[in-house]
Design a protein. Structure first.
Length: 416
């Protein structure tokens, strides 16, 4: 039966089976990672079963299959709705055994009772495909692509990566909505672009990126994918840090071996010896704080460092000690004489405040952003009140400004 369908698709729609074709039961469309940039033949399950092409699990389905992860935000979507998310509305749909064709947008439930053929869609016409954006990116970088994209490098794209990450961070403050999906797409574009640049240099490609993170996540969740046990989030955190510490140690060993080989090769002597035959200096030991980017926002970096230290037992036994430390740092700041001493003491005070936030389960970076936002709203209200009263802020005394501030607080509706 499939041979006949493939033969008809070759004759009528130019299918090249050697390039691959997806064969899916209509009823399984939602549960199958259908790739719209590759041709597909959709066949009712009953026909596959009659031809002996369906496994025993398909003999008597009791419920619709679960949608494939990554396309499961709307779990009750039927096959037609899924196709309309993946393909353009005017995409051709071939009907086997019938001369007339249809389009994805015009499909009806009756069409799902017969085999149909969907030719591959161009990546730019099927942007919902996870492989569309890599193809679009490669096209933009082609010799006849976009001049701007062709000029980009890893270095020139760095600022855009930070911008997009911050826009996602801001969008996360609201409930999940299409705006967040758009911002996440902008961030994903940065990943795709850097993978494209690396592929052009022969270093790695998007498959390596996916493999690296997938392998790492599976390795770091042995309580899910292995036989380890972790009953609480705290158990998971402790296990996570142990695994990361082992990874850092392993990476340090690999780096040491690589350095020794490079040294030996460069001077023509035994590996691990420097020029003149003296032993090479051992590499510095890996730290639990390695990998925290120096370009991270300072509050976020401080909290990450303290969380890693705490996971190794370096932490205050109770919050009382942190509160005492805040008072101590305030006293040291008050006693500081020079500008350099004051800067150092303010830095120490900020680190202790970050630790205080961590013990309260508060993300310090998010807390300060919220405080900034609240100040922005209240100060704007102060400016409006001053304008309504016909006065300039710079002409008011501190007491008058403080009174305006209190009035603004009463006027502005605070966020919950």
């Amino acid at each position: 039966m499939l041979d006949a369908l493939v033969a008809e698709a070759r004759l009528r729609w130019g299918l090249d089976p050697t390039a691959g074709v997806q064969v899916v039961a209509w009823e399984n469309v939602a549960a199958f990672p259908l790739e719209p940039t590759r041709p597909a033949i959709l066949v009712p399950r009953a026909m596959l079963r009659a031809a002996g092409l369906a496994g025993p699990s398909a003999a008597a389905p009791t419920s619709p299959p679960a949608p494939v992860p990554g396309r499961h935000a709307r779990p009750t979507e039927g096959p037609l709705a899924v196709l309309r998310r993946l393909y353009p509305a005017d995409h051709l749909v071939g009907r086997f055994g019938r001369q007339e064709t249809s389009t994805v947008g015009a499909l009806t439930e009756a069409d799902a009772e017969a085999p149909c053929y969907l030719p591959a869609a161009a990546p730019e016409a099927a942007p919902a495909s996870l492989w569309a954006m890599p193809a679009i990116s490669a096209r933009l970088r082609a010799p006849d692509g976009c001049p701007w994209d062709r000029e980009q490098s890893h270095a020139s794209l760095r600022k855009h990566l930070l911008e997009e990450a911050y826009e996602v961070y801001d969008a996360l403050a609201a409930a999940p909505n299409p705006a967040l999906a758009e911002e996440l797409g902008d961030l994903l574009l940065q990943v795709v672009l850097h993978a494209q640049l690396a592929a052009e240099a022969g270093a790695f490609d998007l498959t390596d990126v996916a493999s690296a993170i997938g392998t790492k996540i599976v390795r770091r969740h042995p309580h899910v994918f292995g036989d380890a046990v972790a009953q609480t989030a705290s158990d998971v955190n402790r296990q996570w840090e142990r695994i990361k510490a082992a990874e850092r140690a392993s990476h340090g060993l690999v780096a040491a071996e690589g350095s020794a080989e490079a040294a030996g090769g460069s001077v023509g002597g035994p590996a691990g010896t420097a020029e003149g035959g003296s032993p090479a200096s051992p590499p510095p030991p890996r730290s639990a704080l390695d990998g925290i980017s120096p370009t991270m926002p300072a509050l976020a970096a401080s909290q990450e460092m303290q969380e890693r230290a705490a996971s190794l037992g370096y932490d205050w036994p109770s919050i009382d000690g942190i509160l005492d430390k805040v008072a101590e740092e305030l006293a040291e700041l008050a006693a500081a004489a020079s500008a350099a001493e004051k800067e150092e003491e303010i830095g120490d005070l900020l680190m202790v405040v970050v630790n205080l936030a961590r013990h309260h389960g508060v993300e310090a970076e998010a807390a300060l952003r919220a405080a900034n936002d609240k100040f922005r709203r209240r100060f704007a209200a102060v400016e409006r009140l001053a304008a309504e009263r016909g006065v300039a802020l710079r002409d008011l005394s501190f007491a008058e400004l403080d009174a305006l501030w209190d009035a603004a607080k009463a006027r502005v509706e605070e966020r919950p």
